[in-house]
Design a binder for this molecule. Structure first.
Ligand code: AKG
Ligand code: FE2
Length: 204
């Protein structure tokens, strides 16, 4: 009987499902939410991101030389369509889940492509815009090879490390951008990883 199959099947979990999310209080008003394997079928999203995002290399002045920033970047600004429907669904689900606490939707999607273990991002807070003065959130969805997000309090103290695997969600919230810094250090061996960071208006 067909209807029995569907009655007793576990519902397929998807990006609307936040049941397994756990929050870690970092102190000083900062927190970290973690939800492993959140996005279903992340392989397809990774392929689309690698192939279809208009990646650009960034260069910056460092002392007397111009150096490559070691990762590729692209930001989808407010109103720009995202390259995969699961990313749109993820952003909308995040906006709904955090509506009360954040008080505004997630609007932009910053994408970073770490081609191998030599690509990285140095210690920083997302403090261009309101993150330097206001509590806010940055929601990271990770695709591809696992990399570690390191966090350290700006005033000094023990750091925290969270592994970001294929399809995982990590949300930095509260005062995290101004009271803590984060980094993705280089590693000896890693395959491609794309990070998608959803941010509200005027948080970078
Ligand atoms: O790679 C990540 O997930 C973090 C990237 C990041 O912190 C940033 O681009 O501001
Ligand atoms: Fe960041």
């Amino acid at each position: 009987m067909d209807f029995q199959g569907s009655l007793f099947e576990a519902p397929a979990s998807g990006v609307d499902d936040f049941d397994r999310i756990t929050r870690r209080d970092l102190g000083q008003g900062a927190w970290l939410d973690v939800l492993p394997t959140w996005v279903p079928a992340p392989d397809d999203v990774l392929t689309t991101l690698v192939d279809e995002v208009p990646w650009r290399a960034e260069r910056r002045q460092m002392y007397d030389r111009v150096v490559d920033v070691p990762r590729l970047l692209h930001t989808y600004m407010i109103g720009e369509p995202l390259p995969h429907p699961l990313l749109t669904a993820a952003r909308d689900a995040l906006s709904a889940h955090y509506a009360d606490e954040l008080g505004e939707p997630f609007r932009t999607a910053g994408c970073c492509y770490y081609r191998d273990g030599r690509d990285s991002v140095a210690w920083h807070g997302d403090t261009i815009g309101r993150g330097s003065t206001h509590d806010t959130m940055v929601a990271i969805v990770s695709f591809g090879d696992p990399r570690r997000l390191h966090l350290r309090p700006r005033g000094g103290g023990a750091s925290v490390v969270v592994e970001m695997g294929h399809g995982d969600l990590v949300v930095m919230g509260g005062s995290c951008q101004r009271t803590w810094e984060h980094a993705v250090p280089k590693v000896a061996h890693a395959g491609p990883r794309v990070s998608v960071q959803f941010r509200p208006f005027n948080v970078f």
